[in-house]
Each structure stands twice: as structure tokens, then as C-alpha cells.
Design a protein around this ligand. Structure first.
Ligand code: BT5
Length: 258
């Protein structure tokens, strides 16, 4: 089915105070992140969203590719958080995505540390957060969220076994607009919680499927193995190594370690 998302439909359905107050909508662009960064540098207001029907050069973390034909929601949100809240934006984004999918579709989701939303162990959504600092302040931050809605990952061998979509799980197509509107509402809810100083890591932690498991974590420098014990208030993973040392890891990729 063609996408039911348009600028007008978003503005009409919005149920938020400031997330989505300004909508930049594109049919096909390389990446919503590039437009968002440029707009943020030029002073776009907090809550400005960039939405694309299709991305031709979708970005993952660490230079990886995000596959984004039609049917995959592509959203970037411009925020201007404090330095303390900056690290917590990945928690806001993944918690909001997890809840938005559940509330809109009834499908059960979990979060794989730090930034994947899964259905039955397969990736349905990926999250990328980027930011720039000015002296000791955050100049801008952008959260980018991709959600596979009406898309069959089996057409892409590189993700056929690791990915899923809402339509594959439900066995029918689903409204992208409905999920997007829930998502904007949930982003505002959790971001506002941060602004009020309310911790969100406990709720986030309760959705993490990674905890209590023996995992291998690939960081920029090392590969570490141990028990994923818990997370701290910023969402860093606390990994108990075999020698008993507790490591605090802020970024990396987790795989299960038998
Ligand atoms: C991510 O990176 O998962 C971040 C994805 C962020 C996408 C959004 S869409 C809106 C905004 N604009 C952008 O250009 N990006 C953001 P990472 O954790 O590095 O995972 C990337 C890996 O996920 C790839 O190497 C593939 O293995 C897999 N992958 C790629 N496309 C996928 C898809 N559509 N569904 C599931 N897995 C996918």
C-alpha cells in the first residue's frame, strides 16, 4: 500500500506540544539525518521533525547502512538537550519506539542494548543519535529512528535472517501514519520526563532483553565477554567480566555468547 504519511496528515493527527511543531517532509532523500543536521545548525526549533517516504543512503551507526525503501518509516527529530540528558536520548528513542509499536499494533517488543527494537528476537527498528557540542553545551542533537512497517526484509539477503517488519509479523499491511503519531507522542513523553529530572532507565531496563545473559560486546577498542548485569542511569551497560571486574560500557554491539 502507498504510504499514508504526508505533512498535512501528520499536522492533522498530532497530539503533542512541541515534537512535530515543524514538519519537513520528503518523498525521497539520501538521509533524514543530513537534512536534520543542516536544519539544526541553521537554528531549527526543538521538536522539528524530518520525515521521508524513502531514503537512498540511510545511515546506521559506525558508517553502516540502513536499508530504507518505501514502507520503512524514516524519522529524525531535532532536540536541544542539556549535557546530562544527551547520553540518555538513545533510551528516550528506543523506549518511545518500543511503546509506540506496541500501542499502535499490539505486537510485543523488546530492546536490545543499546539501540535496537526487536520483535521475537528480530530487528524491527534501528536508532541513531548524533550531536554537536559548543564549548561545554549541546548545540544540537538529532535522534534518527527507522521502523520497518510495510516492508519484507526477506528481499534483502544481508538482513533476511536478522530483521522483521510490522507487516510480516501481523500478516497484513499497517498504517505508517498511526505508528508515527504514536511515536511522536511517546518521544515527547519520555523527553519531557528527562527535562523534569525523572529517571527513565528503570523502565528502559525492564524492556531490555540483553540483561541476565552472557554476551560478547564489541566496542570501538575491544571485544569483551561477560554477564550483562544491569545499566546505569545514562543507559551504559554494566558487564561483569569473568575475572569479577564490573565494566561500564557506553557504546558497542552485543551478541549472545553461549
Ligand atoms: C541502526 O544502526 O540500526 C540505526 C538505524 C537508524 C535509521 C534511521 S532512519 C531515520 C534516520 N536517517 C538515517 O539515515 N538513519 C536514521 P546499527 O545499529 O549500526 O545497525 C545497522 C545494521 O542493521 C546494518 O548493518 C544491517 O545489518 C541492519 N539493517 C539495515 N537496515 C535494516 C532494516 N531496515 N531493518 C533491520 N535491520 C537493518
Amino acid at each position: 500500500m502507498p504510504s499514508d504519511i504526508s505533512r498535512e496528515a501528520i499536522l492533522q493527527g498530532l497530539n503533542t506540544r512541541f515534537i512535530g511543531n515543524n514538519v519537513l517532509y520528503y518523498q525521497s532523500i539520501p538521509s533524514t539525518m543530513d537534512i536534520a543536521k543542516q536544519a539544526a545548525k541553521e537554528g531549527a526549533s526543538e521538536g522539528t521533525i524530518i520525515v521521508a517516504e524513502k531514503q537512498t543512503k540511510g545511515k546506521g551507526r559506525l558508517g553502516r547502512t540502513w536499508i530504507n525503501p518505501q514502507g520503512v518509516i524514516a524519522l529524525s527529530v531535532i532536540l536541544r538537550p542539556t549535557m546530562d540528558d544527551l547520553l540518555r536520548l538513545t533510551m528516550v528513542a528506543s523506549l518511545a519506539t518500543s511503546l509506540a509499536i506496541e500501542k499502535a499494533t499490539g505486537l510485543y517488543t523488546t530492546i536490545k542494548w543499546p539501540n535496537d527494537v526487536l520483535i521475537k528476537g528480530k530487528k524491527v527498528s534501528g536508532i541513531l543519535t548524533q550531536s554537536a557540542l559548543k564549548k561545554q553545551y549541546v548545540d544540537w542533537a538529532v535522534i534518527g529512528i527507522g521502523i520497518n512497517v510495510n516492508f519484507d526484509p526477506n528481499s534483502y539477503p544481508e538482513i533476511a535472517y536478522s530483521a522483521t517488519s510490522i507487516s510480516n509479523e501481523l500478516g497484513r499491511e499497517f498504517s505508517e501514519l498511526k505508528i508515527l503519531l504514536h511515536l511522536l507522542y511517546e518521544i515527547e513523553t519520555y523527553y519531557t520526563s528527562l527535562l523534569k529530572g525523572h529517571p527513565i532507565h528503570e523502565e528502559w531496563q525492564s524492556r531490555l532483553e540483553t540483561l541476565g545473559k552472557h554476551v560478547r560486546v564489541k566496542t570501538e577498542k575491544d571485544i569483551l565477554e561477560g554477564l550483562a548485569e544491569s545499566v546505569d542511569a545514562d543507559g551504559a551497560l554494566l558487564l561483569r567480566l569473568e575475572n569479577g571486574i564490573l565494566m561500564c560500557i557506553t557504546a558497542g554491539d552485543v551478541t549472545l555468547h553461549a
